[in-house]
Design a protein around this ligand. Structure first.
Ligand SMILES: Nc1ncnc2c1ncn2[C@@H]1O[C@H](COP(=O)(O)OP(=O)(O)OP(=O)(O)O)[C@@H](O)[C@H]1O
Length: 154
Protein backbone atom coordinates (compact mmCIF):
# COMPACT_ATOMS: atom_id res chain seq x y z
CA UNK A 1 0.00 0.00 0.00
CA UNK A 2 1.97 2.97 -1.20
CA UNK A 3 0.73 6.39 -0.24
CA UNK A 4 2.12 9.87 -0.56
CA UNK A 5 0.83 12.84 1.34
CA UNK A 6 0.85 16.58 0.95
CA UNK A 7 0.66 19.41 3.43
CA UNK A 8 -2.11 21.86 2.70
CA UNK A 9 -3.05 24.67 5.09
CA UNK A 10 -1.59 22.74 8.00
CA UNK A 11 -3.68 19.69 7.08
CA UNK A 12 -2.36 16.46 5.71
CA UNK A 13 -4.17 14.99 2.72
CA UNK A 14 -3.70 11.43 1.51
CA UNK A 15 -2.85 11.17 -2.16
CA UNK A 16 -1.52 8.10 -3.96
CA UNK A 17 -4.40 5.70 -3.36
CA UNK A 18 -6.80 8.37 -4.58
CA UNK A 19 -4.95 9.27 -7.76
CA UNK A 20 -7.43 7.70 -10.17
CA UNK A 21 -10.13 10.34 -10.07
CA UNK A 22 -11.18 9.66 -6.49
CA UNK A 23 -10.57 11.88 -3.53
CA UNK A 24 -9.71 11.15 0.06
CA UNK A 25 -12.35 11.68 2.72
CA UNK A 26 -9.79 11.67 5.51
CA UNK A 27 -7.75 14.64 6.62
CA UNK A 28 -5.24 14.95 9.44
CA UNK A 29 -4.40 18.00 11.47
CA UNK A 30 -0.61 18.36 11.33
CA UNK A 31 -0.49 20.13 14.66
CA UNK A 32 -2.80 17.82 16.59
CA UNK A 33 -1.99 14.13 16.55
CA UNK A 34 -5.28 13.25 18.23
CA UNK A 35 -7.71 14.58 15.62
CA UNK A 36 -9.15 13.02 12.51
CA UNK A 37 -11.37 14.91 10.09
CA UNK A 38 -13.84 13.11 7.86
CA UNK A 39 -14.91 15.16 4.85
CA UNK A 40 -18.62 14.66 4.27
CA UNK A 41 -19.07 16.50 0.98
CA UNK A 42 -19.17 20.23 0.30
CA UNK A 43 -17.62 22.08 3.19
CA UNK A 44 -19.14 19.75 5.74
CA UNK A 45 -16.76 17.69 7.86
CA UNK A 46 -16.82 15.72 11.06
CA UNK A 47 -14.14 15.90 13.69
CA UNK A 48 -13.22 12.83 15.73
CA UNK A 49 -10.88 12.98 18.70
CA UNK A 50 -8.78 10.07 19.91
CA UNK A 51 -5.82 9.60 22.22
CA UNK A 52 -3.67 9.36 19.10
CA UNK A 53 -4.21 9.23 15.35
CA UNK A 54 -1.62 7.52 13.17
CA UNK A 55 -0.83 9.05 9.79
CA UNK A 56 -0.39 7.15 6.50
CA UNK A 57 3.39 7.45 6.75
CA UNK A 58 3.53 5.97 10.27
CA UNK A 59 5.25 2.59 10.14
CA UNK A 60 5.25 -0.41 12.48
CA UNK A 61 7.95 1.23 14.57
CA UNK A 62 5.81 4.34 15.08
CA UNK A 63 2.82 2.23 16.09
CA UNK A 64 4.92 0.24 18.53
CA UNK A 65 6.42 3.41 20.00
CA UNK A 66 2.90 4.42 21.04
CA UNK A 67 1.75 1.00 22.23
CA UNK A 68 4.83 -0.36 23.96
CA UNK A 69 4.47 1.60 27.24
CA UNK A 70 0.95 0.21 27.56
CA UNK A 71 2.00 -3.32 26.69
CA UNK A 72 5.02 -3.43 28.96
CA UNK A 73 2.99 -2.10 31.90
CA UNK A 74 1.79 -5.72 32.35
CA UNK A 75 5.19 -6.35 33.94
CA UNK A 76 4.24 -3.81 36.61
CA UNK A 77 0.99 -5.61 37.36
CA UNK A 78 -1.46 -3.81 35.08
CA UNK A 79 -4.04 -5.60 32.95
CA UNK A 80 -3.76 -4.57 29.31
CA UNK A 81 -5.91 -5.23 26.28
CA UNK A 82 -5.20 -4.03 22.74
CA UNK A 83 -7.95 -4.56 20.20
CA UNK A 84 -7.54 -4.19 16.45
CA UNK A 85 -10.98 -3.31 15.15
CA UNK A 86 -12.10 -2.46 11.66
CA UNK A 87 -13.66 -3.63 8.46
CA UNK A 88 -12.05 -6.32 6.38
CA UNK A 89 -8.82 -5.38 4.61
CA UNK A 90 -8.10 -2.33 6.75
CA UNK A 91 -4.83 -3.65 8.16
CA UNK A 92 -5.61 -5.32 11.49
CA UNK A 93 -3.47 -8.37 10.78
CA UNK A 94 -0.72 -6.26 9.25
CA UNK A 95 -0.62 -4.01 12.31
CA UNK A 96 -0.76 -6.75 14.92
CA UNK A 97 1.26 -9.50 13.23
CA UNK A 98 3.13 -7.70 10.45
CA UNK A 99 5.46 -9.38 8.00
CA UNK A 100 8.89 -10.98 8.29
CA UNK A 101 10.46 -7.72 7.06
CA UNK A 102 8.30 -5.49 9.20
CA UNK A 103 7.01 -7.17 12.34
CA UNK A 104 3.92 -5.88 14.09
CA UNK A 105 2.77 -5.24 17.63
CA UNK A 106 2.66 -8.93 18.71
CA UNK A 107 6.27 -9.78 17.87
CA UNK A 108 7.69 -6.47 19.01
CA UNK A 109 5.82 -6.74 22.30
CA UNK A 110 7.08 -10.26 23.01
CA UNK A 111 10.65 -9.21 22.22
CA UNK A 112 10.31 -6.25 24.56
CA UNK A 113 8.71 -8.29 27.35
CA UNK A 114 11.49 -10.88 27.17
CA UNK A 115 14.10 -8.11 27.07
CA UNK A 116 12.72 -6.40 30.17
CA UNK A 117 12.20 -9.64 32.09
CA UNK A 118 15.82 -10.56 31.33
CA UNK A 119 16.93 -7.11 32.45
CA UNK A 120 15.06 -7.51 35.75
CA UNK A 121 16.01 -11.15 36.24
CA UNK A 122 18.14 -10.37 39.32
CA UNK A 123 15.17 -8.97 41.21
CA UNK A 124 12.03 -10.31 39.52
CA UNK A 125 10.88 -13.60 38.03
CA UNK A 126 8.18 -13.44 35.37
CA UNK A 127 6.20 -16.31 33.85
CA UNK A 128 5.04 -15.37 30.38
CA UNK A 129 2.32 -17.26 28.56
CA UNK A 130 0.41 -16.49 25.40
CA UNK A 131 -3.09 -17.32 24.24
CA UNK A 132 -4.51 -16.25 20.91
CA UNK A 133 -8.23 -16.19 20.27
CA UNK A 134 -10.25 -15.09 17.29
CA UNK A 135 -13.79 -13.77 17.63
CA UNK A 136 -15.48 -14.16 14.26
CA UNK A 137 -19.20 -14.24 13.56
CA UNK A 138 -19.80 -14.29 17.30
CA UNK A 139 -17.75 -17.49 17.67
CA UNK A 140 -14.54 -17.73 19.63
CA UNK A 141 -11.74 -19.87 18.16
CA UNK A 142 -8.43 -20.74 19.76
CA UNK A 143 -5.81 -19.90 17.14
CA UNK A 144 -3.10 -21.95 18.84
CA UNK A 145 -4.85 -25.28 18.28
CA UNK A 146 -5.18 -26.69 14.79
CA UNK A 147 -8.80 -27.64 15.18
CA UNK A 148 -10.41 -26.00 18.19
CA UNK A 149 -13.15 -28.65 18.20
CA UNK A 150 -10.73 -31.54 18.45
CA UNK A 151 -8.00 -29.87 20.48
CA UNK A 152 -5.08 -30.83 18.18
CA UNK A 153 -2.17 -28.54 18.95
CA UNK A 154 -0.18 -26.85 16.15
N1 LIG B 1 0.08 -0.11 6.93
C1 LIG B 1 0.18 -0.96 5.89
N2 LIG B 1 1.24 -0.91 5.07
C2 LIG B 1 1.35 -1.77 4.03
N3 LIG B 1 0.44 -2.71 3.72
C3 LIG B 1 -0.63 -2.80 4.51
C4 LIG B 1 -0.83 -1.93 5.62
N4 LIG B 1 -2.01 -2.25 6.21
C5 LIG B 1 -2.52 -3.25 5.49
N5 LIG B 1 -1.70 -3.58 4.47
C6 LIG B 1 -1.96 -4.63 3.46
O1 LIG B 1 -3.36 -4.58 3.15
C7 LIG B 1 -3.89 -5.89 3.02
C8 LIG B 1 -5.03 -6.10 4.01
O2 LIG B 1 -4.52 -5.97 5.33
P1 LIG B 1 -4.89 -7.01 6.49
O3 LIG B 1 -4.93 -8.42 6.00
O4 LIG B 1 -3.97 -6.71 7.63
O5 LIG B 1 -6.38 -6.54 6.83
P2 LIG B 1 -7.37 -7.09 7.95
O6 LIG B 1 -8.02 -5.89 8.56
O7 LIG B 1 -6.66 -8.00 8.90
O8 LIG B 1 -8.41 -7.89 7.05
P3 LIG B 1 -9.44 -9.06 7.51
O9 LIG B 1 -10.41 -8.45 8.48
O10 LIG B 1 -10.09 -9.43 6.21
O11 LIG B 1 -8.62 -10.18 8.09
C9 LIG B 1 -2.72 -6.86 3.26
O12 LIG B 1 -2.20 -7.24 2.00
C10 LIG B 1 -1.72 -6.03 4.03
O13 LIG B 1 -0.39 -6.49 3.82
Amino acid sequence: MEETSSVFNGKLNILGEVSSGCSSVVEFNLFKDNELHILCGGSSRKLFKFDHVFRPQDDQEAVFAQTSPVMTSVLDGFNVCIIAYGQTGTGKTFTMEGTSESSGVHYRTLEELFRISEERSCTMKYDLSVSMLEVYNEKIRDLLVEDSNHGVKK
